[in-house]
Every structure is written in C-alpha cells, then in structure tokens.
Design a protein. Structure first.
Length: 406
C-alpha cells in the first residue's frame, strides 16, 4: 500500500468512524434503544423531514426518560412543543376553530356523564375533539392526545399527507358532518378522484386552508346560527332554535350557555364577522368560477338553511307544547323545554326524533348544499326533515289523546 492510498483509507476510516456523529439523530440514546422497543416509530420519524434534518426524539419528548423503566418521565408534546419552532402555524391554529374543539366538547351538558374511555380515553367524542387544546384538568385525567398530529400523523409529520383530503376524513364524516362523503361524491371530488391532485378541482384544503393557513373558520359554522339576523321571518325560526339549544330560556332571555357560544366561537356574532368569512370563501371560488356564479351558489346554500330552520322550528314548538301541557316533565335543573344538545341522552322517543332531526338531517340539508351535493341535500336532508316532522306530529297527537283518555 503506497502512502497516498494509506492516507486515503485513513481519511475514509475516520469519516466512517465519525459517520454516526455526522448523522446526528441516528446515534442518540433514544433512537438506539427505540430501534428495538418501537422500531416503527423510529423508521417513520427518520423518513420524515424532521428526522432527516437531524432532529432527535428528545427535541419533543425531553431527556428525562433514559432507561427502560422510567418512561413515565417522558414529556408528551402539545401544540406548545411545536410552537417553539413553528410559531406561524400554531398562531394560525390558535385563532381558528380547531383549537377550540375541546371547549365545545366539554361544554356539552351530557359530556360529564359519559364513560372515561369515551372522552379522555379518546375512544368517542374525544378521539376527534382532541384536535382542540386540552386543558390542564383534562390532561391530568387522560395521558394521551395532542392536536398537531391530527392531519400530519406522527412520527412522519408529513406536509404531503396533511395536504390530502383524506387527512380530514376520519373526523369530517358520518352522522352529523359527512363533509367527506358529500365532497368526494360531488363534481369537485369526482374530478379529484379521476384526475388526481392536479389543482383543477378543489379539495378540502383549497377552500378551508388557503395557502396552508392553519386557521379554519366558516361563515355559518357547524350549527348555522348567525346573529343578528335581518330577515324577520327567519329570526323567528332562529329564536325557537336558540331556545331549543337552551341558549335562550323559554321566555327568550340569554342563559349561561351564551357564554359558551362566545368562548367556543360557535356562532358569528356580528354581521361583519360573518361577511368576512363569506367574502374570503368567494375569493377562493373566484379562482375558477365567476363571482356571480359562486355568490348565487352560496346564497342558495343559505336558503337551504332557512328551509330547514322553518321545519325545525315547527317541530321544536310541537315538543315544547308537550312540556307546557305537562306531558313531558323537565329533567332536574332544566327549563321546561326540549334540549337539542342533550343529544342521545334525550329521555322520550319524540325528543330522540327531534335531536336526530336537528343534528343529522338539518345539517345534511345545508352542508350538502355548500359542498355541491344535491343527493345529500335532498334525500338525506330535506326529505328526512319532512318525515321527522310527520312523525313528531303523530307522536304528539298520540300523547295528547292518551292523556285525555286518562
Ligand atoms: C434503554 C432503552 C430506552 C431508552 C434509552 C429510551 N427509551 Fe423511551 N421507552 C423505552 C421503553 C421500554 C418504553 C416503554 C414502552 C412501553 O410502554 O411498551 C419507552 C417509552 C417511551 C415513550 C412513550 C411513553 C408513553 O407513555 O407511551 C416515549 C415518548 C419515549 N420512550 C421516548 C424516549 C426518548 C425521547 C428517549 C431519549 C431521551 C428515550 N425514549 C430513551 C425504552 C427506552
Ligand atoms: C416533532 C415532535 C416529536 C418528535 C421529534 C418525536 N415525537 Fe414521539 N410523539 C410526538 C407526539 C405529538 C406524540 C403524541 C402524544 C400524545 O398523544 O399525547 C408522540 C408520542 C410518542 C409515543 C407514544 C405513542 C405511541 O404511538 O406509542 C412514543 C412511544 C414516541 N412518541 C416515541 C418517539 C421516539 C422514539 C422518537 C424519536 C425517534 C419520537 N417519539 C420523536 C411527537 C414527537
Ligand atoms: C426543535 C424544533 C422543532 C420542533 C420542536 C418541531 N419541529 Fe417541525 N420542523 C422543524 C424543522 C427544522 C423542520 C424542517 C425540516 C426540513 O424541511 O428540512 C420541520 C418541519 C415540519 C413539518 C413539515 C414536514 C414536511 O413534510 O415538509 C411539519 C408538518 C412539522 N415540522 C410539524 C411539527 C409538529 C406537529 C411539531 C410538534 C409535535 C413539530 N413540528 C415540532 C423543527 C421543529
Ligand atoms: C368523528 C369525529 C367526531 C366525533 C366522534 C364527535 N365529534 Fe363533535 N365535531 C366533529 C367535527 C368534525 C365537528 C365540526 C363539524 C362541522 O363544523 O361541520 C364537530 C362539532 C361539534 C360541536 C360544535 C362545535 C361548534 O363550535 O360549532 C359540538 C358541540 C360537538 N362536536 C360535540 C360533540 C360531542 C358531545 C360528541 C360525543 C357525543 C362529539 N362531538 C363527537 C367531530 C366529531
Ligand atoms: C387540519 C389539518 C392540520 C392540522 C390540525 C395541523 N396541520 Fe400543519 N399542515 C396542514 C396542511 C394541509 C399543511 C400543508 C400546507 C401547504 O402545503 O401549504 C400543513 C403544513 C404544516 C407545516 C409545514 C409548513 C411549510 O410551509 O413547510 C408545519 C410546520 C405544520 N403544518 C405545523 C403544524 C402544527 C405545529 C400544528 C398544530 C398547531 C399543525 N400543523 C396542525 C394541516 C394541518
Ligand atoms: C369548493 C370549496 C369547498 C370544498 C372543496 C370543501 N368545502 Fe367545506 N365548505 C365550503 C363552503 C362554501 C362552506 C359553507 C361556508 C359558509 O358557512 O358560508 C363549507 C363549510 C364547511 C364546514 C362547516 C359546516 C358545513 O358543512 O357547512 C366544514 C366543517 C367543512 N366545510 C369541511 C370540509 C371538508 C372536510 C372538506 C373536504 C372533505 C370540504 N369542506 C370541502 C366549501 C368547500
Ligand atoms: C382529529 C379530527 C379532525 C381532523 C383530522 C380535522 N378536523 Fe376539522 N374539525 C374538527 C372538529 C372537532 C371541529 C369543531 C371544532 C370546534 O368545536 O370548534 C372541526 C372544525 C372544522 C372547521 C370549522 C367549521 C366551523 O365551525 O366554522 C373546518 C372548516 C374544518 N374543521 C376543516 C377541516 C379540514 C379541511 C381538515 C383536513 C385538512 C380537517 N378539518 C381535519 C375535527 C377535525
Ligand atoms: C380549483 C378550481 C375550483 C374552485 C376553487 C371551485 N370550483 Fe367549483 N368547479 C370546478 C370545476 C372544474 C367544476 C366542474 C366543471 C363545472 O361544472 O364548472 C366545478 C363545478 C362546480 C359546480 C357544479 C356542480 C355540479 O354538480 O354540476 C358548482 C355549483 C361549483 N363548482 C361551485 C363552486 C363554489 C361555490 C366554489 C367556492 C366555494 C367552487 N366551486 C370552487 C372548479 C373549482
């Protein structure tokens, strides 16, 4: 071996020895041990942008836990952990609806009676609402649940995954908010599924996370309770619905639930607030359609809410009358009025029908309209609302007849 070759192999050897140090992350004690303990996690992490950039497990989980027996000392990351390096995304997230997901959940009257596994254990409501910031009390009750891995799942934390509409699917589906089903079978979704992500048709992120903005918020929101309402006829229906939500008491005065509505940004509470969200949505449509076309379409969506509210108000009043007649007794501590937010905790069959009418069928009537899905608006929405009303009328008449016979 000549001198030149020897020094070359020396250099190579040194580089080889240094490699683990240069690769940084690969040599951390966390990764060394977790290669055996949780190989899938290590593989995922190293395949993502953060792993490739040389970050280590300890950047998010701390370094308190070092052996196989002290893993209870590990830190479980929250949005604050990510904030250290991703200030912009966390700020946007905090100003939008997703960060409020846990507030909405725990404000529900029935949440307190649900099984632990269902809320804190993330098996039911908690499994989706963990996208919101969890308060300290909740964290003490349930070890796991962090918001930022809701769309870019750990430990790859991929931007590409979060950018696919499938990232929204687990939560925005099913009974009361089938946006996945509505969008994916609309013309927008069908173009996406036949042509792929070409940008010709919009996906969820195109309309709701413009340019990667982590602040999600719509004009109407989930419950579609705009205030103030200039259309007097419509305001009449809305007042009845607000009573049904116990945001107003039966006499029409605000209750403490109004504070929850404010804290959870459940409704837009000024004309300007509502209009600002509507205008930014119209700007999105205008990338591909004329503004007039888009405006007319969204206006027709608004009209569907009014249609649904009319049927809803009639149904609520029928059930409220049964309370007035004493045929339904109020639950302890509650006003003598049906409570739509009791959900499936409602104790009479007629109130079960009423809550399904509200949460499933009313939602579908307008959500379908906003997601260009005539089938949802018609057969899963308006048609069902009419059917519910017929059933509620018949059941109320039966209850009244029965009471008169006694
Ligand atoms: C000597 C081996 C070893 C080392 C070193 C090690 N861990 Fe662990 N770690 C474990 C074991 C074992 C568990 C428990 C696995 C289980 O519950 O099945 C664990 C659990 C965890 C958990 C999950 C805790 C939970 O409650 O689910 C995290 C997060 C974690 N380790 C991160 C780290 C980080 C970060 C480091 C480096 C600072 C590290 N580990 C170093 C062995 C190790
Ligand atoms: C960018 C931040 C980040 C980094 C870096 C990170 N994790 Fe995590 N890890 C998380 C988050 C977020 C959770 C979910 C916490 C929760 O549910 O409360 C988590 C949860 C875990 C869990 C428990 C959940 C499960 O699926 O078993 C283990 C184990 C774990 N991490 C191991 C690791 C290991 C090993 C590394 C390094 C290879 C690592 N983490 C690096 C953010 C991170
Ligand atoms: C110590 C700083 C640090 C922390 C803490 C941190 N990140 Fe990162 N993150 C980075 C860096 C640096 C990159 C850019 C890596 C690159 O592109 O080379 C990155 C990139 C990302 C990306 C883009 C990935 C891609 O596919 O391009 C996502 C998503 C992300 N981080 C999410 C998170 C989440 C969620 C948390 C909290 C659980 C978190 N990060 C915590 C430093 C951090
Ligand atoms: C499959 C995931 C999932 C489950 C399970 C789930 N939710 Fe939700 N929840 C959502 C989504 C998504 C929204 C927003 C829907 C929308 O705006 O159309 C939402 C909205 C809400 C809202 C309205 C928030 C607002 O500000 O308008 C309340 C209240 C609520 N959920 C309570 C509950 C309760 C209570 C449970 C359990 C009985 C539950 N959720 C179960 C995903 C879920
Ligand atoms: C509702 C889904 C969703 C949630 C929840 C979410 N993200 Fe994202 N995130 C996305 C999408 C979509 C993108 C891709 C944006 C793009 O390509 O413009 C993204 C991209 C990112 C990026 C890469 C930005 C860039 O331009 O490279 C970072 C960093 C990030 N998110 C951090 C976070 C943090 C921190 C949280 C928790 C507060 C979080 N994300 C929660 C959907 C989400
Ligand atoms: C073409 C744009 C567009 C696409 C694509 C889109 N949405 Fe929407 N979305 C809207 C409009 C418009 C509204 C109603 C806005 C308003 O209140 O004025 C809305 C409302 C919502 C709401 C509030 C409740 C409701 O349904 O009215 C949620 C939640 C939502 N969309 C989620 C999604 C998800 C998840 C996807 C993908 C599966 C998606 N959207 C795809 C335009 C879109
Ligand atoms: C882990 C579950 C989860 C995932 C994943 C998720 N969301 Fe949500 N989303 C929710 C919940 C819960 C709410 C209601 C938050 C609240 O109570 O304020 C919500 C609310 C919204 C709203 C606000 C509706 C309003 O009231 O104005 C929009 C828009 C939205 N999500 C869009 C998306 C999009 C787009 C994606 C995918 C990129 C996505 N979400 C992914 C659970 C999720
Ligand atoms: C990225 C481009 C793009 C955006 C953004 C977009 N659309 Fe579309 N839209 C299309 C394409 C392409 C079609 C199919 C061709 C057509 O019918 O115009 C379509 C179809 C439609 C249709 C006809 C559906 C049917 O069943 O025939 C309506 C209504 C519609 N869009 C409304 C909207 C509204 C309202 C918005 C904003 C909330 C919007 N679009 C945003 C590209 C877009």
């Amino acid at each position: 071996m000549n001198r030149r070759k020897m020094s070359l192999s020396l250099i190579m050897g040194t580089i080889f020895l240094m490699f683990p140090l240069l690769a940084g992350a690969e040599e951390s004690i966390c990764i060394a041990c977790h290669n055996d303990v949780t190989p899938g996690i290590v593989k995922d992490f190293l395949s993502g942008a953060m792993g490739k950039s040389g970050m280590d497990c300890s950047d998010c989980h701390g370094s308190e836990h070092k052996t196989a027996n002290d893993s209870s000392r590990v830190q479980l990351p929250t949005e604050k952990t990510c904030q250290k390096c991703h200030e912009i995304q966390v700020e946007q997230y905090m100003s939008g609806k997703h960060s409020l997901g846990w507030i909405a959940l725990t404000a529900m009257p029935e949440t307190g009676f649900q099984p632990h596994a269902y809320i804190q254990g993330l098996k039911g409501c908690g499994g989706c609402h963990k996208i919101g910031v969890r308060d300290e009390k909740t964290k003490a009750e349930g070890r796991y649940g962090s918001p930022c891995d809701s769309c870019h799942t750990r430990h790859k934390f991929s931007k590409e995954e979060a950018n696919s509409p499938q990232a929204c699917r687990t939560c925005h589906m099913g009974f009361d908010h089938p946006q996945w089903e509505m969008w994916s079978s609309s013309k927008h979704g069908v173009i996406y599924s036949t042509e792929g992500d070409t940008g010709r048709a919009p996906k969820c992120q195109t309309c709701h996370m413009v340019e990667g903005d982590h602040r999600v918020m719509t004009a109407w929101g989930f419950l579609a309770l705009r205030l103030p309402e200039e259309d007097e006829e419509w305001m009449g229906y809305r007042t009845t619905i607000l009573k049904g939500l116990h945001i107003l008491d039966p006499e029409g005065n605000p209750t403490p639930r109004l504070d929850v509505v404010k804290a959870g940004k459940v409704a837009r509470l000024s004309k300007e607030e509502w209009q600002a969200e509507r205008d930014s949505m119209l700007d999105v449509c205008a990338n591909c359609h004329s503004k007039s076309y888009a405006r007319r379409n969204l206006k027709n969506g608004d009209e569907m809410i009014k249609e649904a509210d009319k049927l809803m108000a009639e149904a609520i009043e029928i059930v409220a009358d049964l309370y007035e007649r004493g045929l339904i007794k109020p639950q302890e501590g509650k006003a003598a009025y049906p409570d739509l937010l009791a959900f499936y905790g409602a104790v009479t069959p007629i109130e079960q029908t009423l809550y399904v009418m509200f949460l499933e069928h009313r939602m579908r009537a307008f959500q379908g309209a906003f997601h260009m899905n005539p089938d949802y608006t018609t057969w899963y929405g308006l048609a069902e609302l009419n059917k519910d009303l017929v059933e509620i009328k018949a059941e109320a008449e039966r209850m009244i007849r029965e009471s008169e016979r006694k």
